[in-house]
Ligand binder design. Structure first.
Ligand code: NAD
Length: 424
């Protein structure tokens, strides 16, 4: 028997959501009781005070976290989020999902996630650099190419990764590119990493369209979130002939039934940072976007946007979860009940990011770099295997596709824990 004595340190809706998902998956595969709690709870976490000098000479202390959920199958891996609503519970849930995701797609990593409570668009470039460097400085004893390897997430990007890699390298006395992934190519980034998550989402969408017999020319797409994942998904799908009828960010939504010019939207955001006032269509609300009639709906922003109420009015054929945890457990039950939507669950759908991060790490360790074509071909091969495994598990046990993905990932982490013993 196993007994768990834990505080409410991680208590939050999103952490509870991830725990319930774990419990349901553990029941579905009859995971032995004595493996459950140690597979479920995060291995360790850090909370940091991060003082930085502001441009006006004053000092602000930000709060940051890093949660290493699992180190059983290799170094921990997961992004760093800069957002005003970050909580340690959210970071822990995201770290837990990273463990399952890495295991699902067969990467030799555990799961981690980091976050800082800050609105990065309210900082100057210099302030952002000082915060990124301070965060990495605090993490140095707990991080490294064989221990924990961060990457970008909401509110962070290639430049932030470059500052973090430089801070770690300056401390080590030599260049250590493998300490973070998602870097610019000039400092050891991988060809294909910037677009990897969106390219993976788009690839899986086209695979499921093929399964459903829907030609690209007849498919319409609505995408929530126009950052790294949303914009790259939109670009990749529009290049393949799908019509992107709606996009959005936190400032506005844009709707155009004849198709939005995505390259123009990307250029607009490059200069204006947000979609507000982009003239490629009519303005619509984010909530309205989720209920649009379309072939593919891709939530690519934050967690828990598809509530039961939204789930009841979805009018898509495929739900492609570019974001982590966009669908609440209750909404998921509504979608299962409806049985008219193909869900490509987050664990598989957005795994292209961590897969190409793995390639970046490998290239850094070997100091041998691949072409973009090699990267993308290897990415698609892993996604094909994951799709095959998930769909087989779904058919064999009559699971939803989400439960199929979760059970595969969790079972692999649990088996490694069982084989190694109690400590990892
Ligand atoms: P990002 O910061 O580049 O972009 C986030 C986008 O979401 C922005 O356009 C922002 O305006 C928008 N947004 C925020 N709040 C919104 C709201 N309430 N309504 C509509 N739009 C809103 O972040 P990202 O890296 O693209 O990450 C997006 C999601 O994808 C997150 O869930 C993240 O965890 C997940 N993810 C990212 C990667 C990656 O490689 N970057 C990999 C896997 C999963």
């Amino acid at each position: 028997m196993s007994k768990v004595i834990v505080s409410n340190l991680y208590n939050s809706e999103v952490f509870i959501m991830a725990c319930r998902q774990f419990d349901r998956a553990a029941d579905a595969i009859n995971l032995p009781e004595d493996l459950r709690d140690r597979t479920k709870y995060p291995r360790r976490c850090m909370a940091m005070a991060l003082p930085i000098r502001r441009d006006d000479g004053s000092v602000t202390v930000f709060e940051g976290y890093r949660v290493q959920h699992s180190l059983t199958n290799g170094p921990a891996k997961g992004g760093i989020r800069f957002h005003q609503d970050v909580t340690i519970g959210e970071v822990a849930a995201l770290a837990m999902w990273m463990s399952w995701k890495c295991a699902l797609v067969g990467l030799p990593f555990g799961g981690a996630k980091g976050g800082v409570i800050v609105n990065p668009s309210a900082l100057s470039e210099g302030e952002l650099e000082r915060l990124a460097r301070r965060y990495m400085q605090e993490l140095i004893p707990f991080i490294g190419p064989h221990l924990d390897i961060p990457a970008p997430d909401v509110g962070t990007n290639e430049q932030v990764m470059a500052w973090m890699m430089d801070t770690f390298s300056s401390h080590s006395g030599h260049v250590e590119p493998a300490v973070v992934t998602g870097k610019p190519i000039s400092v050891g980034g991988s060809a294909g990493r910037r677009e990897a998550t969106g390219a993976g989402v788009a690839y899986l969408v086209t695979r499921y369209l093929k399964d459903l017999g829907i030609p690209h020319s007849q498919a319409t797409v609505a995408i929530q979130g126009f950052g790294n994942v949303g914009s790259e998904t939109a670009l990749a799908l529009s290049k393949q002939g799908l019509r992107i009828i709606a996009i959005s960010d936190y400032t506005t939504g844009i709707y155009n039934a004849s198709g939005i010019n995505i390259e123009k939207a990307v250029d607009y955001v490059k200069y204006n940072r947000v979609l507000r006032d982009f003239d490629g269509g009519d303005a619509i609300g984010n909530d309205e976007l989720l209920g649009l009639e379309c072939t593919v709906l891709a939530p690519c922003a934050l967690e828990r946007v598809i509530t039961p109420e939204v789930a009841r009015r979805l009018r898509c054929r495929i739900l492609a979860e570019g974001a982590n945890g966009p669908t609440t457990n209750q909404a998921d039950a509504v979608i299962d009940e409806r049985d008219d939507i193909e869900v490509i669950p987050d664990l598989m759908c957005n795994s292209g990011g961590v897969i190409v991060s793995y390639f970046e790490w490998l290239q850094n360790l070997q100091n041998f770099y691949w072409t973009r074509d090699e990267v993308i071909a290897k990415l698609y091969a892993i996604l094909d295997s994951a799709k095959e495994a998930v769909d087989y598990q779904k058919r064999k046990y009559k699971f939803s596709r989400r439960l199929a993905a979760q059970t595969l990932g969790i079972a692999r982490v649990a088996e490694a824990k069982q084989r190694r013993g109690l400590f990892p």
